[in-house]
Design a protein. Sequence first.
Length: 680
Amino acid sequence: MRRATRTCDATRNVPDDVGRQRAVIERVSPEIDAGRFPIKRTPGESVVVGADIFADGHDVLRAVVRHRPARSNGVSNPWSESAMRHVDNDRWEGAFTVSEVGFYEYTVAAWVDRFGSWRRTIDKKLHADQDLGGDLAEGAALVRDAAARLSAPGGTRSPTAAARRLERAPAALTSDAPQWERAAAALDVGLADAMAAADERSGAVVYEPVLRVRVDRERARFGAWYEMFPRSSGTDPGRGATFDDAAGRLPDIAAMGFDVLYLPPIHPIGRSHRKGPNNAVVADPGDPGSPWAIGSPEGGHTAVEPGLGTLADFDRFVDAARRHGLEIALDLAFQCSPDHPWVSEHPEWFRHRLDGSIKYAENPPKKYQDIYPLDFETPAWRGLWQALMDVVRFWIGHDVRIFRVDNPHTKPFAFWEWLIARVHETDADVIFLSEAFTRPKPMHRLAKLGFTQCYSYFTWRNTKRELTEYFTELTRTDAREYLRPNLFANTPDILHAYLQTGGRPAFEVRAVLAATLGASYGIYSGFELCENTAVREGSEEYLDSEKYQIRVRDWAAAGRIKGLVTRLNAIRRAHRALQFDHGLRFLTTDNDHLLAYSKTSPDELDTVLVVVNLDAYRVQQGWTEAPLDLWRAAPGDDLEVEDLLTGDRYRWQAAWNYVRLDPEARTAHVLRRVDALPGP
């Protein structure tokens, strides 16, 4: 006896539309860690979305990118759509543009296009001279259904010209006219457009999860940073400068073309275990100490070092900077000196030895007796997190919208993700720069979880191979979607050997590379004076570092490269090609000391070609590629190009060109085609 099967039970819980869902969507890009993290853009930038889309059989597919600003006040925005096109081998692409700071959402939808499949069948049979009678009748039925959807109350669209066209089409498809005439009606582009407007998308598949875009303001993508210790900006070596004194430096910094003025910590400096010059363990009376040893009886992270002035003086300094076109960035260093008020008020926020004393910071063999690290594993972590959030909000309340975060890789990733997300809920324009000179994976994790920009390995990439490989990684892999590098040529902690030994040409080379390879770059004050003396051989620390003492500089000293820095910043502002990290393309040279690359703006209307002599000691020469498509030229074209650094003009072949660079005269060319764009 045969057992009866109960087939209906097996499909009882399957949704009705599953049986019609034939499209498959795979390998959506950009997508970071299966949608765990958002990609990044700035207003006006596009998001090009790709996906593998296919189905069983041979039906025609349609697909769209669905996108919208993320919900606000708990209300979801309606979806907008951008059509996707088939590229090759089941790969599809579509794009949309973001316009506002905040979050956007996007996903992909795909479905079988029944009318498109029918239309393709008609076309094939027509070319094969086959009978179309039954097929045209089927098409007429599809069109009638679509017309009903458009015209029905609450339908896909209100009655329009498309609806009227669909109402007339069935008669044309089933008339007594010759077959070729009825086929022409079937293949009419206007009919296809009208059917697209009425597409019911039966069985549409929507990719999950919904993906996100974090849209930051333009300064997150493009800007020139200048780092300055306010206390060293005066003229009297016997005392530290105040904020009012430091305001005297603003016109000069602005005149060089910088956008952001970054200040190391401005808080009260601890007295206990204060470090002396060159990181001496014992300080003499009057030594100012390290600004990173934060906290004294005068206050902690929400107070101002008395030697600099008052909070009102700081507010006045911020206003003065803004009038000069400069935005202030503050250092966010979450650590304390032994004198910080939190040490006595919240001892539970610090690590303790067995004898009950608080542990100071160590990175063996280095010891930092003047700094107590915070204990993020404390049972009282909620209070600690909130206190640190309050610090950020305090300075936001004083018109600080950019924070350079000190050593974020030494604090929990979960903390930073929480803090940055909470800040952006109320202040979406705040920028966080991660100073994480650490291993690649932690650096990338910080970028994914919310940091707007990251310091990079640029300082240690000096050869042609190193630069090419590193910047190819930054601009041609998934990293480009979430990691925005800020190319600081030097910092108070980093004086690379290349700068120590290469003299003025080395500083020129690194300035050109930083300013043209990256949309965001920075220098620490003294770079324009080519300061290059290390504390000892083999060290990257500066001699007489102003981390531990006051420095008074002669800003008009001979040998400075202030003019070059100013010119580079003017070129960057005039050429959109240099305002984006994407669009970088390395070019072939026959000399490993010559690095050649181009930058092209997203609209492809602006192109700049750079050739740099990486050898700071010797003349280097050779042949440099200039691809035809780069200049939109034909073989053999003789072009005129201008060196934006000098104003010199050259005849340039659209193929290969001979270049000779003497570091004593010039270290680089920054070229544009004369008839392409006006120069700065």
